[in-house]
Design a binder for this molecule. Structure first.
Ligand code: XMP
Length: 520
């Protein structure tokens, strides 16, 4: 897609750290545009104009070995400020003649106390009376200062924890300012961005909508685009943006699998059709979905059957429209980052994302992914700027296989109905008590067992409903939400009284890891 990127930006070079994404988050939180590049991408940059700073991430590589990940030394000599974090610091040290050793006595994992040695622009207002608590995760340590550098701060185990070369504006920190465990870590980014890189442009997600719409228009021209609209935040924002660009040439298809939340799908359909005037078609495929999964209890098999069937139905519908060239998807920035490795090699890819898997190739379609530069919370802001209503904009994520992976074991129409009712009571109560927007994701699930209860004078033998509510930044890790006891009392009572078929309610108090957010 052609694009007029904002003029000023920060480049983050990803050496494969698990937390590179957090660096980008911190930078964007300061309303500064940044891009995460793998080393290969760095070689493709012809013009460094507009690049106001470069951040080198941490990573599993080690400069103590013969072969290690590196970038051309010339990049450091352009007088573009560079901040190396963890491996980034070690690489800087190596390239500028320092020594790095892997010593058991020098490694640090977890909290460490950092002591200030000298003043630096990088650490202005960072220390709390000459020391600060920082988060470490390193085996190797810099043991000899590279030429032209000064020591700014040290810990007990590692003397060269913050170093700087003001002539070339090169800075290195051994700890991780991007993780929240480093106290006041944001101040390091604040100083680097505004005091050292002097980046001025205050980037606003809201103003990106105009650019995306214009890009889509230029890319698509008179061609047609098809979009699988689920009613979730990502696909809704994609559909609205593209609709603003090309109107009737966007065809949205909503496939009702029958495994959705109570009333939700039809309500979304009418909203898209009536309020947003989208060209949208609703396919009721619940019978066929149910037929295919009714005897399946294996979670992976459920997911596969539902995924394949979805693609088949969508493909059949799409074929009815001639001359479609593009498939629009709500791919987000984390999907892109997780789908590639630091070295660019395919073997190290963690996850491969395709929302409508296999379709673009099978149908000879090109992919249109207008949200691929954005994080989820930025997509919500974009949504607001183009008029997406709050209830949709703030909707919790919902998995493609829907309630099928929240009814553990075999699925029956009765179980779907019971779960829809319980989930509806739970979510409605969360909204009424102003808790919904404090939670990243909440849902009810149905466990595959019946237990004994007593209601009035009668013995019952019914299902157990499990409630889940988590807080998270991006779904990769999560903690359970700490409900007040009164809420748990109330919701348990409401569900047991309001949903025939359930006589017990349990609350899931596991974090991710070791659990996952979904149960299957
Ligand atoms: P887990 O269970 O892996 O979930 O901790 C992390 C996030 O991903 C969502 N999820 C899915 N989303 N298709 C989706 O579109 C899927 O098959 C799927 N499985 C999990 C889950 O709801 C949570 O937000």
């Amino acid at each position: 897609m052609s694009s007029q990127k904002p003029k000023e930006k920060i480049i983050i070079v990803d050496f494969g750290s698990q937390v590179t994404k957090l660096i980008a988050r911190r930078v964007r939180d300061f309303k500064v545009f940044c891009e995460i590049l793998i080393i290969k991408d760095l070689y493709k940059i012809k013009n460094y104009e507009g690049i106001k700073g470069i951040i080198l991430s941490g990573g599993p590589s080690t400069v103590t070995k013969k072969k290690y990940l590196s970038i051309p030394k010339e990049i450091f000599l352009k007088k573009i400020p560079v901040l190396g974090i963890c491996y980034g610091l070690q690489l800087i040290s190596k390239l500028f003649g320092g020594s790095i050793k892997s010593l058991k006595t020098r490694r640090e994992f977890g909290r460490a106390i950092l002591y200030k040695k000298k003043q630096s622009l990088l650490t202005k207002n960072f220390f709390n009376i000459k020391k600060q608590s920082v988060w470490m995760s390193h085996q190797d340590a810099v043991t000899k200062l590279p030429k032209g550098f000064k020591v700014i701060a040290s810990t007990k185990n590692s003397k060269l924890t913050i170093i700087e070369n003001t002539k070339y504006k090169i800075y290195g920190v051994q700890f991780h300012p991007e993780v929240t465990h480093t106290e006041n870590g944001k101040q390091i980014f604040n100083n680097f961005l505004f005091k050292i890189c002097k980046i001025k442009k205050k980037w606003r997600v809201e103003s990106e909508a105009k650019r995306i719409i214009s890009d889509v228009r230029k890319t698509i021209k008179k061609d047609k685009v098809i979009c699988a609209l689920s009613g979730g935040v990502d696909s809704s924002v994609v559909a609205l943006l593209i609709n603003k660009a090309i109107k009737k040439n966007l065809i949205c298809i909503m496939v009702d699998t029958g495994l959705m939340r109570k009333n939700e799908f039809k309500e979304s359909y009418y909203l898209f059709k009536k309020k947003y005037k989208l060209n949208v078609k609703l396919i009721n495929a619940s019978k066929i979905f149910f037929k295919k999964i009714k005897d399946v209890s294996n979670p992976e098999l459920k997911r596969k059957i539902i995924g394949n069937l979805f693609v088949k139905i969508f493909e059949k519908e799409a074929k009815k429209y001639k001359s479609i060239k593009y498939l629009a998807q709500g791919t987000l920035y984390p999907d892109i980052i997780e789908s590639r490795s630091a070295t660019g090699s395919k073997s190290a890819i963690i996850k491969s994302h395709h929302n409508v898997g296999g379709l673009p190739k099978r149908m000879n379609l090109k992919l249109l992914e207008p949200l691929k530069e954005f994080f989820k919370d930025e997509v919500r802001i974009l949504g607001k700027s183009i008029g997406l209503i709050d209830s949709l904009r703030n909707k919790h994520p919902f998995p493609g296989p829907g309630l099928a992976i929240r009814i553990i074991g075999k699925i029956t129409p009765e179980k779907i109905k019971i779960l829809q009712e319980a989930d509806n009571i739970y979510i409605t109560e969360l909204i009424n008590q102003n808790l919904y927007n404090k939670i990243w994701q909440a849902y009810a699930a149905l466990l595959p067992m019946k237990t004994v209860g007593v209601m009035g004078d009668t013995r019952t033998y019914e299902y157990t409903c499990l409630l889940r509510a988590v807080i998270s930044e991006d779904g990769m890790s999560a903690d359970y939400f700490n409900f007040p006891k009164e809420f748990l009392d109330k919701i348990s009572n409401k569900i047991v009284n309001g949903v025939p078929g359930i006589n017990r309610v349990v609350y899931d108090i596991t974090s991710k890891p070791p659990s996952t957010i979904e149960l299957e």
